[in-house]
Design a protein around this ligand. Structure first.
Ligand code: XUL
Length: 511
């Protein structure tokens, strides 16, 4: 009869999902879309405008406003909030929040008659938060590479990567030393929101901590040499690394009908949470998550890194590690191609694939409207091996979806070959995209009933921290609800196209 709440603070929205594990049911959900619901933060798509296309920051106060609004919506939906026995959650990975020395006191004494953002805005030592879409730290990455060489990837799971929190902190400390000196605590998006729930500094978990270039995955502690090189005195500004229960829900949240004192599980990153929510936390299942970013991930039996240096090793919240390849140009790029082609979503998701042949007669596109992460390419712009602007809408759409699918296959090869792949995220509902993935990977593409697997993973981790076994919840909440089989006659077409995607990655952007 106990309910568990999972909260997913992602790039463009914040969602809550409530499960009842004893009944095997989802009993409630609420969401807040930053563009539609919080337009006054001027952060549409979760990113603040900036003249430098490589700089991508968000407003941490918007995430707090979204948390208040989501909880009030959940309460207004009529859900029995008092039945929620524990809370878990996740945040978009790599993003960081910079807090001054007043944070500890203010967060511990929140007044329920004012909003979270009103009370916490004065605790920021940096008004904005760099997020995972930021590619502006190449200089800092090269400095880290020079100082630590191959050890960085061997010990932290990734070479120096622009969006990772360590290079971001180094850039801040170099460019704004006074503000860095005023920073008492640096949190990830996940640990920041968890801290607000419990009224004190929450730990960072291994799953999300591994996305910082600071955590030694061999010792599961902050790497003191890397941390000190990244920024002076950084170790004292980081919360501890831990899993399990972070603390107890503070009284501020009673105004939403929640019971103060219920346990709050340590939050993780959105991809590690999705690993749990899709049921892929145990070996052998790969996941493709199609959201603001497209990601390919699976649990890892043995610690192994990407020889090309694009992919990552993160902690698996269920124990051990997970692998991940991340592509920045995901759903926002698909939406832009759709709009520019003058197509409805029904045309993009289905009709375009009925009007064109598998392989698109060799016409491929990479919709890199933003600087790409995998591979790291800092010059944005669409790449295509044909006259994209002159082509019919259906040709542009297939070229884009096949280009993205081939890039996923090519850059996830180091992770392994999988006979079945689970898909999640908004675009995983598209029949055209699912069939393309099945054909490109020649694998069964499985859907699970809950598209929001990160929030589900957060709810499952809350229940797990309260003693409910993960395997039991996976059976109840993540069963395969639909399967898309590969068409074997297309195998040779995509095998032939695979090397072309690497060629296209080296091409100049179209004007
Ligand atoms: C993963 C990554 C993105 C973000 C946002 O490394 O950068 O997937 O977690 O979803």
């Amino acid at each position: 009869m106990s309910y568990y709440l999972g909260i997913d603070s992602s790039t463009q929205s914040l969602k809550g999902l409530v499960i009842d594990p004893s009944a095997g049911k989802i009993v409630g959900s609420a969401s807040v879309n930053f563009k539609a619901d919080l337009p006054h933060f001027n952060c549409p798509d979760g990113v603040l405008a900036n003249p430098d296309p490589l700089v991508k920051h968000s407003d941490p106060m918007m995430w707090l406003a979204a948390l208040d609004l989501m909880l009030s919506r959940l309460q207004k939906s009529g859900l029995a909030m008092e039945k929620i026995a524990a809370i878990g959650g996740d945040g978009q990975q790599h993003g960081s929040v910079y807090l001054n020395s007043t944070f500890t006191t203010v967060v511990a004494t929140l007044n329920s008659s004012a909003s979270l953002s009103e009370q916490l805005t004065g605790t920021l030592s940096r008004p904005t938060s760099p997020i995972w879409m930021d590619s502006s730290t190449s200089a800092e990455c090269r400095e880290l590479d020079k100082a630590f060489g191959a050890r960085l990837q061997a010990d932290t799971g990734s070479p120096a990567i622009e969006r990772f929190t360590g290079p971001q902190i180094r850039k801040f400390a170099k460019q704004e030393p006074e503000h860095y000196a005023q920073t008492a605590r640096i949190h990830l998006v996940s640990s920041f929101l968890c801290s607000v729930l419990i009224g004190k500094d929450a730990p960072i978990d291994r799953g999300d901590g591994a996305g910082m270039n600071l955590l030694n995955l061999k010792t599961n502690t902050w790497d003191s040499a890397i941390t000190e090189f990244t920024a002076p005195g950084l170790l004292s500004k980081l919360p501890p690394v831990a899993g399990g229960v972070a603390g107890k829900l503070q009284p501020y949240f009673e105004k939403y009908g929640l019971k103060a004192g219920i346990p709050v599980a340590v939050w993780t990153g959105d991809n590690p949470a999705s690993l749990v929510g899709t049921g892929a936390w145990s070996a052998g299942v790969a996941v493709i998550s199609l959201g603001t970013s497209d990601t390919f991930f699976s649990s890892l039996e043995r610690f192994s890194t990407d020889p090309e240096g694009c992919g990552h090793v993160f902690g698996n919240p269920a124990g051990g590690c997970m692998s991940l390849a991340c592509f920045k140009n995901g759903s926002l790029a698909r939406d832009r191609v759709r709009k520019e082609a003058g197509a409805e979503w029904s045309f993009f998701d289905k009709t375009a694939f009925e009007l064109t042949p598998a392989g698109n007669n060799g016409q491929l596109a990479l919709p890199w409207f933003e600087a790409e992460i995998t591979p790291p390419v800092l010059t944005p712009g669409l790449r295509a091996n044909f006259d994209f602007a002159a082509a019919k809408p259906e040709v542009r759409i297939r070229a884009t979806v096949e280009g993205q699918a081939l890039a996923l296959r090519s850059h996830a090869a180091w992770i392994g070959t999988f006979k079945s792949i689970r898909v999640t995220g908004g675009a995983s509902k598209s029949p055209g995209i699912r069939q393309t993935l099945a054909n490109v990977f020649q694998a069964r593409v499985e859907s699970i009933a809950v598209a929001d697997s990160a929030a589900l993973g957060g709810a499952m981790m809350a229940a797990h921290a309260d003693g409910v076994p993960l395997a039991k919840m996976t059976e109840a909440f993540s069963p395969v609800s639909d399967v898309c089989l590969p068409q074997s006659e297309t195998a040779a077409i995509y095998d032939k196209l695979l090397p072309l995607i690497r060629e296209l990655e080296k091409a100049a952007p179209l004007k």
